[in-house]
Write a protein that binds this ligand. Structure first.
Ligand code: KG4
Ligand code: ZN
Length: 344
């Protein structure tokens, strides 16, 4: 091992969507460096992530980002114990850049390679700043591609108890933001504009999925917002964008909070965490804080920088894989539709 004791220091790489990121993390909880090159500005002009452009930019930036992460951490590759990399789910071309890079470094240095699931990374982001947090707990993962309610039974052991039937929560934020002319990415823009609006101005629907009390559905809500905007246009009514943003946001948060708290209580846990880009939403964090306090549930959340895509979270998840002996071979491939809990 590179370290002089039992410590495990990993280089982590993340390139599943539009962030090229690298981090150096010790024992899954201590972040030595966390470098993120965000491509958001590049994709904004297209109103969303363009996969081909994302892949090309990852190739251009990845070496620079890794060198920066090593230099910020004051580490050389020889001082590390392994390389963790996201291998799915995500955009195939984007994932391949990180996976190929990690394999090349592993081959050149002999350092072990650990393939990491992106969502396991998001969940594990909670370990970084909550040193006392240990499974079991319930986690809501709400990102641009996923809205999952997950029971984290143990490190690396997950059970999905609820999922979205259509749009992910972040996707709904992005689509509604586009409809009211806020641009990409919608989440942070709706978050900001909502502070100037009345969340009770417009009654948007809170969807229930009949067969499962823990599943989500956001496409009806998105349609309701579009119908409201069309209705205003037809009647020649001015749209108060801040009220629309705040009312939409409240409808999303109400459903996320209700389903999550119900799950924590029904399944008998006393700890609850949030993860993913949407978890950085300020009103959502406040709503969960208040509700968990009322219910006597311990509430955990990462700082916003560890909610949206980053490599430190991959280093956190990778550590628990590393210590249970998981190693990937040079046949590690990008798996765009990788299931949570699936082991290669
Ligand atoms: O986790 P993430 O960075 O990437 C994925 O794995 O998808 O999540 C990105 C998503 C986007 O849909 C973005 O609009 C949303 O997270 N998001 C937010 C906020 N910040 C990012 N949604 C609501 N409020 C925010 N403050
Ligand atoms: Zn993500």
């Amino acid at each position: 091992m590179g370290a002089d004791n039992q410590d495990v220091v990993l280089l982590a790489i993340e390139s599943s969507c539009d962030e090229t990121a690298a981090a150096v993390v010790k024992n899954g909880r201590e972040v030595f460096s966390n470098v993120i090159y965000s491509q958001i500005a590049l994709h904004t002009q297209y109103g969303g992530v363009v996969p081909e452009i994302a892949s090309r930019k990852h190739i251009e930036k990845i070496n620079q980002v890794i060198e920066q992460a090593l230099s910020d951490a004051g580490k050389t590759l020889q001082e590390l114990d392994g390389i963790a990399v996201t291998y799915g789910p995500g955009l195939v071309g984007a994932l391949l850049v990180g996976v190929s890079e990690a394999k090349a470094i592993s081959f050149a240095t002999g350092l072990p390679l650990i393939g990491v699931h992106h969502i396991e990374g998001h969940i594990s982001a909670n370990y970084i700043e909550n040193k006392e947090l240990e499974p079991p707990f319930v986690c809501l993962v709400a990102s641009g591609g996923h809205s999952h309610l997950v029971v984290v039974k143990d490190y690396g052991k997950y059970e999905i108890i609820g999922r979205t039937r259509d749009d992910a929560a972040g996707e709904a934020f992005d689509k509604v933001a586009r409809a009211i002319g806020l641009g990409y990415p919608g989440g942070p823009k709706i978050d900001k504009l909502s502070k100037e609006g009345n969340p009770d101005a417009i009654q948007f629907p809170r969807a229930r999925v009949n067969e499962s009390e823990y599943d989500f559905s956001f496409s009806g809500l998105k349609s309701a917002v579009l119908n409201y905007l069309n209705g205003c246009q037809m009647k020649g009514m001015a749209v108060n964008r801040a009220d629309v943003a705040a009312s939409f946001q409240k409808a999303v948060i109400d459903v996320l909070v209700e389903h999550s708290i119900h799950a924590v209580k029904e399944f008998g846990y006393d700890k609850f965490a949030i993860a993913g880009g949407v978890a950085s939403n300020s009103s959502l964090r406040k709503a969960f804080e208040v509700r968990c306090k009322q219910e006597g549930i311990m509430f955990y959340h990462p700082s916003p920088i560890y909610c949206t895509d980053n490599a430190a979270m991959i280093g956190a998840a990778g550590y628990y894989e590393f210590i249970r002996g998981a190693r990937s071979g040079y046949d590690l491939n990008a798996v765009p539709g990788l299931k949570l809990g699936a082991r290669e």
